[in-house]
Design a protein around this ligand. Structure first.
Ligand code: DON
Length: 355
């Protein structure tokens, strides 16, 4: 735990700081329902930047973990890449380290395709198809499919995610792909592109995902063209992003579905809680419970080394660092996000007792 970061996040003994905190406290008393927005306003830029800098300094030399190598191209990515970005709902961006270095988005894309399906078809469509429950299994588990014939899982593990991709409505592969790429770009606030070598590398080696797709087709969750769904899913996982892109995507979810900079409504606000609930349940795979216990934050990792986390109404944060732990989650990203969130009071389950 980063005690320094906790200190800078929670205390400000200067007179303007005390007046500011007093006004915030008064506002919270008068309008408790808006306390998240008041909290966000109470986070001073210097406090946020100090928390980001402290986490970067603390973990920049940490060498734990190992790049994913079951997708050959991912083993070639520089393991030293380390970038942190945090975006607040007012569109301010805080960074440390290499925030322009790009990795493939990988499983983080599952969040935004899931959200797109909610936007197109409502929340019941996903819940009634693959489900919104934790599997307790690894992200590409065949056992998890077999256990409940492809139900009782979620759109953030591979079979559920490929099924969600298959649910994006469009007349052709090209139309479906355009919708998926456009929605990711809207969240990021810039036109994203695909890392073609990563796409090719995974497409040549994704026989297991093809098998998962066929099983989901066999059990009736994918309605047709399972291998096309797998291919589109593979392409979506190869979208290239930097830490700032990912933080902007997370901040859009922290801001009622509106990109804090472009102001584009990427997702109806009514669906945001559903997206965050699935992230909280399954975003860090079979370590999701441990992660939630430590941070309280809905989050999503990718084997490219990115992790996003959302503090609703307060901030979206992302860290890129390719070396992963045994569950497939970036080691440094988990540590840095945990420290920063503790410093900034990001845990949405925390509350202060009334006086
Ligand atoms: O389908 C796969 O295996 C990858 N394209 C994505 C997996 C992933 O990112 C899991 N993350 N922890």
């Amino acid at each position: 735990m980063n005690t320094h970061a906790q200190h800078v996040g929670r205390r400000d003994s200067s007179l303007p700081g005390r007046i500011g905190l007093g006004l915030v406290a008064l506002a919270v008393l008068l309008a408790p329902a808006t306390s998240f927005a008041q909290d966000a306003a109470a986070l001073k830029p210097a406090t946020i930047q100090a928390a980001v800098d402290a986490a970067f300094a603390k973990y920049k030399n940490l060498k734990e973990g190992k790049n994913a190598d079951y997708i050959p191209a991912l083993a070639q990515v520089d393991p030293n890449l380390f970038g942190i970005a945090l975006v607040t709902p007012d569109g301010k961006v805080y960074t440390a380290g290499d925030v322009k270095g790009q990795v493939s988005i990988q499983s983080i894309s599952k969040v935004f395709t899931m959200a797109y399906v909610m936007q197109q078809s409502g929340t019941d469509a996903l819940r009634d198809n693959m489900g919104v429950d934790a599997t307790g299994q690894v992200f590409n588990s065949i056992v998890a499919i077999e256990q409940y014939k492809g139900a009782e899982m979620n759109p953030l593990v591979n079979p559920g995610a490929i099924t969600a991709t298959s649910m994006v409505k469009g007349a052709s592969r090209a139309e479906v792909w355009k919708k998926i790429l456009d929605t990711h770009s809207d969240y990021a606030g810039r036109a994203l592109t695909v890392d073609q070598p990563v796409f090719k590398s995974e497409a040549e080696t994704n026989q297991r995902n093809q098998a998962l797709s066929m099983l989901m087709y066999a059990y009736g969750h994918i309605k047709d063209n399972p291998l096309q769904a797998c291919d589109v899913y593979t392409e979506q996982c190869a979208i290239s992003v930097n830490a700032q892109d990912l933080a902007m995507m997370a901040a859009t979810l922290a801001n009622g579905g509106v990109n804090p900079v472009t102001k584009k409504q990427c997702l109806d606000a009514k669906y945001v809680p559903n997206v965050l609930a699935v992230m909280a349940t399954a975003g860090m795979y079979d370590d999701s419970g441990k992660w939630l216990y430590a941070t309280g934050l809905p989050a999503k990792s990718g084997v490219g080394g990115g992790v996003i986390a959302v503090a609703p109404g307060k901030f979206g944060i992302a860290v890129i660092s390719p070396p992963l732990d045994g569950a497939g989650n970036s080691v440094r990203a988990q540590k840095a996000i945990t420290d920063i969130s503790v410093a900034l009071g990001g845990n949405p389950y925390a509350s202060a007792p009334t006086k």
